[in-house]
Design a protein around this ligand. Structure first.
Ligand code: SAM
Length: 302
């Protein structure tokens, strides 16, 4: 399906539904199952069953020229890519870091959850991607974000500027092996050396993120299917952290869980074209021990 995230900084779900109805689409209500999404065809659309601000249209629907898209009222974002900000769930007014942020769809989602209240510190090392992101954030009406072209590993967790950062979204570079829209000629499989280099970076950047003193909750995500970039990274870093952080169960009703070979993997969430009708994706939610809800028994270091 084509997923459309309603940008609540500029509009609301009901108004967007009315707009598409006026454009000749029939609204079928909230989906009750993934099968309903799979069966969508013609000029029909649904509200997603998992995410509250996500509309679902049949495959091939293209809204790149639609007024709602060009004016930033809707964001064309795969459902799996909406999970990290939704699961980080910072309250309005929070201070949040988006560590590897460009091109910024997750950052604009965070800003919508914050209602533009609070502060997002967004970093990306790539100047071109930062420029694209700046345009995207302006179009989306994001006013609560300081965007910096900077290697996140060089951001000082001791800087007073970040002393109130309670939430971090970490969506680092990965092999992209879960992306189903890759064209012919694009990388099909990462070599063992590349996977090792990527997972080394992912571990370093996750460790660094966990060193921010006021951090309470972190979401780690990739669009990779490789265990080496996902469950293994989370497990290695949690082990290194001792009893400071624990893995919490992300989205208990989500059908597709982390790879069962690992202890605590059921806390993590996976997404796939066949099971969840999304890109291939991985999400883990970590909390500082002593923060929020009771710890699940898995992955808790004692
Ligand atoms: N979260 C983004 C979104 O939803 O639009 C996608 C992020 S993409 C998977 C990973 C990003 O990490 C790339 O834009 C890349 O330039 C950036 N990156 C890689 N190494 C980095 C580093 N050391 N510090 C900050 N950003 C980095």
């Amino acid at each position: 399906p084509r997923y459309v995230r309603v940008n609540t900084l500029k509009t609301c779900v009901d108004d967007v539904i009315d707009f598409f109805k006026r454009q000749g689409y029939s609204y079928l209500g909230k989906a009750a199952s993934v099968e309903e999404l799979r069966a969508l065809s013609g000029k029909k659309f649904l509200l997603d069953l998992h995410l509250p601000e996500l509309l679902v249209f049949p495959p091939q629907t293209d809204f790149h020229d639609n007024l709602l898209y060009t004016s930033g009222h809707i964001i064309l974002q795969d459902k799996a890519s909406c999970l990290p900000a939704f699961l980080l769930s910072p309250a309005a007014g929070s201070h949040v870091i988006d560590a590897c942020a460009a091109p910024g769809n997750k950052t604009s989602h965070l800003a919508a959850l914050l209602k533009n209240k609070g502060q997002i510190f967004a970093f990306d090392v790539d100047p071109k991607r930062v420029a694209t992101m700046s345009t995207l954030l302006t179009r989306a009406g994001v006013t609560s974000c300081q965007l910096a072209q900077q290697d996140f590993l060089t951001v000082d967790p001791g800087d007073a500027k970040y002393s109130r950062v309670t939430h971090i979204l970490l969506d680092p570079s990965c092999s992209g092996s879960g992306m189903v829209t890759r064209g012919p000629g694009e990388e099909a499989a990462a070599s063992a050396e590349r996977l090792q280099a990527l997972s080394g970076f992912q571990r370093r950047v996750l460790s660094h993120a966990l060193s921010f003193p006021a951090l309470q909750r972190l979401v780690y995500s990739t669009c990779s299917l490789h265990r080496e970039e996902n469950e293994d990274v989370v497990q290695a870093v949690l082990q290194e952290q001792g009893s400071a952080f624990r893995l919490v169960t992300a989205f208990p009703s989500w059908p597709c869980r982390g790879l069962a070979a690992l202890p605590g993997a059921e806390c993590c969430l996976r997404a796939s074209p066949t099971e969840t009708l999304t890109q291939g994706f991985f999400v883990a939610v970590l909390e500082r021990c002593g923060a929020g809800a009771a710890a699940p028994s898995m992955f808790v270091q004692s």
